[in-house]
Design a protein around this ligand. Structure first.
Ligand code: G3P
Length: 214
């Protein structure tokens, strides 16, 4: 499974790239609003650090305007994937962008029907937001299973990005289901590597090492 970092923070992205586990980055307007650098400069810098796909989101709502904005974003770097919220106008734009060879990450997916239409329109990625579904007492992971089954049935090449990840179990369950990608916030990425028994084990080994005759 590929791991993307769900962040617009260059330091976090550099750090995780250094761990050797970074396959891509997803940003959104909320994440970008936390950074000091200008939006375009920041996206260019992220693309230089991360060779994998970097999602940058369109904020236009009409297909013609989405197209202009998406083409502009795609010119920032060769590894840009343009994020477009699912909807009728977004689908029209996705069809045209797919024909132009621009990768689309169709975002704010909350149903299998939305994912199916996104795949048919030519989206390279779909981003179902599982944490936000869990927040309203729905089952985010069940949606991932449903979409994975549909894409498998019809051999869609569209990849599933499990998004709105809140804790390590989300990542592990996504991997068990066989989702292509999980996009993970920095804090959750750190939690994935830590275990108290690992820390305790290191402490004990170091204490015993001090007793070894050298
Ligand atoms: O990738 C989408 C993600 O950023 C949304 O996460 O935690 O705002 O639901 P959250």
């Amino acid at each position: 499974m590929k791991l993307f970092l769900d962040s617009a923070n260059l330091e976090e992205i550099r750090e995780v790239a250094g761990w050797g586990v970074l396959d891509g980055v997803t940003t959104n307007p909320s994440l970008c609003s936390k950074e000091n650098a200008s939006f375009e400069d920041n996206i260019r810098a992220i693309c230089a650090v991360c060779p994998g796909p970097v999602s940058a989101e369109c904020v236009s709502l009409e297909a013609d305007e989405i197209l202009v904005e998406a083409r502009g974003l795609a010119r920032l770097a060769p590894n840009i994937a343009v994020k477009i919220p699912v909807g009728l106008e977004g689908l029209k734009a996705t069809k045209a962008l797919h024909a132009e060879g621009i990768a689309v990450n169709m975002t704010l997916i909350f149903s299998a029907g939305q994912a199916l239409l996104a795949a048919k329109a030519g989206a390279r990625f779909v981003s179902p937001f599982i944490g936000r579904l869990d927040d309203v007492s729905e089952d985010g992971m069940a949606l991932i299973e449903e979409i994975a089954q549909i894409f498998e049935n019809y051999r869609f090449e569209t990849e599933i990005i499990v998004a709105s990840v809140r804790h390590p179990r989300h990542v592990i369950e996504a991997a068990r289901i066989g989702a292509d990608i999980a996009t993970v916030p920095y804090g959750v990425m750190e939690k994935l590597v830590r275990h108290p028994l690992t820390d305790l084990g290191i402490e004990r080994f170091l204490a015993d090492w001090r007793k070894v005759k050298k």
